[in-house]
Design a protein around this ligand. Structure first.
Ligand SMILES: *Cc1c(COP(=O)(O)O)cnc(C)c1O
Length: 380
């Protein structure tokens, strides 16, 4: 019997062959595929510069470092995200604030952003939850008014559009990050990227990715010879291998197809669960054309016979492995110790209680979707 996870990679023979070719070449890391993948991401998103890194969390970390957060500087993000978003602010020595989300999108609410702005605020970190872009024009307006940077956490949103612009274009932001983790829409196993239109940030990111060391003579204090390089900042080894980049290039060519199928699946689920007071789902806004990463079904637990744990157990017995995205970040004990409390963001908490992510990946056939829908309805 088939088993269904909430997400699953799609690896073609073409993808495999591209990786094999690099494995048989002289350079496994730092070869030509790195720049080729970066150029492909620029061409796809429309951003001027791209730096690929080891994973999405590393991308967020370097994004924050490049903006030079100083101790006490504040960043505002959403609680409905993976912990890495908020962690990256802490890595860089900043302070995190959580702004509540909108009911219909579960994305950060611009009104709540404004409420959280202080004279210490330096960065806004909107997260395009489930693949749907936040209202970036509004967020940019707020940022400009208060002189703030904007970093888009687009880990879930490669392939998506905002008002006709590809997410990652940085039209309304300073930096945008993607994740290429196996469960994300485009995968390199582990991997991530940062796009920007700012040359200065781009050059900082390049240096930070390899220990803070540069081989660019323009930065040198002196030049001792062809072996010479200089470390200028405290960076990391956050490089991505050449064979991972080869997989990324090949996957990126398949992204339009992934987007089409993911949108079809979401349509299927929406039709199947509409007009039923037990169920709801997030709304796609007029400014958005999402390559959906997740389909969170919103279950009205007051109207059904089971609770969330029972539904998880019963679906598991039918080989359907659902998940919940996300536990409000500040509910984690680590964040509770920093002083956050249950009840801080009530809209996010209500969303969390009702949400169950159903399987969503391009390999699902209509027959699979029918089975999943029928089984979910049977247990609710
Ligand atoms: C997956 C994800 C990340 C982290 O990406 P990794 O590649 O797993 O490090 C960060 N933010 C969001 C919103 C994510 O979904």
């Amino acid at each position: 019997m088939k088993t269904y996870a909430y997400g699953k990679q799609s690896i073609s023979f073409g993808d495999i062959w591209e990786v094999v070719k690099v494995l048989r070449s002289p350079l496994l890391t730092q070869g030509p595929k790195v720049k080729e993948f970066e150029d492909a991401l620029c061409a796809y998103t429309g951003a001027k510069y791209c730096v690929v890194v080891a994973n999405g969390a590393a991308a967020l970390h370097l994004a924050m470092l490049s903006l030079e957060l100083y101790p006490g500087d504040q960043a505002i993000t959403t609680p409905i995200t993976f912990a890495a978003t908020a962690n990256s602010v802490l890595y860089a020595g900043g302070v995190v604030k959580f702004a509540d989300v909108q009911t219909d999108t579960a994305n950060i609410d611009p009104i709540e952003i404004v409420k959280n702005i202080t004279d210490k605020t330096k960065v806004l970190v909107p997260v395009h939850f489930a693949g749907q872009s936040c209202d970036m024009q509004k967020i940019r307006e707020i940022a400009d008014k208060h002189n703030l940077f904007v970093v888009e956490d687009a880990a879930q949103a490669i392939g998506s559009e905002y008002n006709g612009h590809k997410v990652g274009s940085c039209k309304y932001s300073d930096l945008a990050i993607f994740s290429f983790h196996a469960v994300k829409t485009v995968t390199t196993g582990e991997g991530g990227s940062i796009t920007t239109n700012n040359k200065n940030l781009y050059e900082k990111l390049l240096m930070l990715r390899t220990h803070g060391i540069t081989r660019n003579v323009n930065y040198f204090t002196r030049d001792e010879g062809p072996w010479y390089c200089e470390q200028h900042v405290l960076g990391f080894n956050y490089r991505l291998t050449d064979f991972a980049c080869a997989l990324g290039i090949s996957q990126l060519k398949r992204l339009e197809g992934f987007t089409k199928r993911r949108r079809e699946i979401v349509e299927f689920y929406k039709n199947a669960f509409s007009d039923d007071e037990r169920f709801g789902y997030l709304t796609e806004m007029p400014y958005s054309k999402a390559c959906f990463h997740l389909f969170p079904l919103l279950i009205n637990f007051k109207k059904i016979k089971s609770d969330k744990k029972e539904i998880f157990e019963k679906l598991k017995q039918k080989n359907i492995h659902v998940q919940v995205h996300h536990i409000p970040v500040y509910w984690h004990p680590y964040y509770q110790k920093l002083g956050f409390n249950h009840g801080d963001c009530p809209v996010a908490e209500n969303y969390y209680r009702s949400a169950v992510s159903l399987p969503l990946y391009p390999g699902l056939m209509d027959a699979d979707l029918r089975y999943i829908v029928d089984t979910v309805k049977q247990f609710c």
